[in-house]
Design a protein around this ligand. Structure first.
Ligand SMILES: Cc1ncc(COP(=O)(O)O)c(C=O)c1O
Length: 277
């Protein structure tokens, strides 16, 4: 989108390593209009300090957009922390049942709202009534689903963290996560997404995925049923290898979207797949 669509309209993008927030300030140019960040990020579940970034954006008169898809509004409310706009893929937790594709843009700024509303009407990015109805119906159970996603994810993250076939785990709810304290301070929960690196290479990942019976292989996330994907070949397959490795998305990385099934069944599924039975 940024490189193949909006670039043709004269909009350029500078990419920033979010591990160090000072990188944002250093990347700001006179023509910079907008900062766009996911937190937690896909797929490595990095966390950025929204309030600190909001301060930088305000000092430079730049709009701050937070993609809140992974946390959902149940666990994170970026507008309260200084973001100007929040975006969601409603395909994920808001819909919650992997049966629609959609997005939402949220703002409390009247001027931005009026501009966005005009563009939506003029350009036509309008969801169908049926898709909208499914998202609204999904939102009615968002709170109970999110609590289950998180409860299951925490149990599975702890299980995976101590498993001998797992090299590394990424879950902001574990104290071992580098930004656990930051996550704790700006989120009211850690969500249902876990990423892990398996010992070995891509062949191990393929075997693991083939042995799983409850976690289905699919690119999406945030639905009631558990899914897994391997970012190197799926969501991030279009990145050149060197760029992908630079971003820490290795061949042995697996991303789990933990559903709301019985957690003992999910744990047994992972255990069987890891131990090769
Ligand atoms: C954090 C995040 N934002 C946005 C999207 C885009 O969602 P959609 O496929 O519904 O356009 C994704 C898709 O995986 C995502 O992970």
């Amino acid at each position: 989108m940024l490189e193949k669509v909006v670039k043709n309209w004269g909009v350029t993008t500078t990419y920033v390593d979010i591990d160090d927030i000072t990188n944002f300030e250093a990347a700001i140019q006179p023509q910079t209009k907008l900062i766009w960040v996911e937190t937690p990020t896909n797929p490595l579940l990095k966390i950025i300090d929204i309030a600190a970034l909001g301060k930088i954006a305000r000092q430079h008169n730049i709009i701050l957009v937070i993609d809140n898809t992974f946390a959902s509004p149940y666990f994170q409310r970026p507008l309260d922390n200084g973001a100007d706009i929040v975006v969601h893929s409603t395909t994920k937790y808001l819909g919650g049942h992997s049966d629609i594709i959609g997005g939402a843009v949220v703002t409390s700024n009247q001027q931005l709202y009026t501009e966005l509303k005009f563009y939506q009407n003029a350009i036509g990015a309008v969801p169908s009534p049926f898709d909208s109805w499914l998202v609204l119906r999904g939102i009615k159970t968002l709170a109970v689903r999110m609590r289950e996603h998180e409860k299951n994810a925490l149990i599975l993250a702890k299980f995976l963290a101590q498993h001998p076939k797992v090299e590394r785990i990424y879950y902001p709810g574990l104290p071992s996560h580098e930004q656990h304290q930051l996550a704790k301070s700006q989120m009211s929960g850690f969500g249902g997404m876990i990423s892990l690196e398996l010992k070995g290479g891509f062949a191990e990942v393929e075997k693991f995925a083939a042995r799983l019976k409850l976690f289905l292989l699919a690119e999406s996330l945030g639905g009631v049923e558990s899914l897994l994907c391997y970012p190197a070949k799926m969501t991030h397959g279009s990145l050149p290898d060197a760029e992908r490795y630079k971003r820490g998305i290795n061949d042995n990385l697996v991303r789990l979207s933990v559903g709301i099934e019985n957690v003992l069944d999910l744990q047994a599924d992972l255990e069987n797949a890891l131990s090769g039975t």
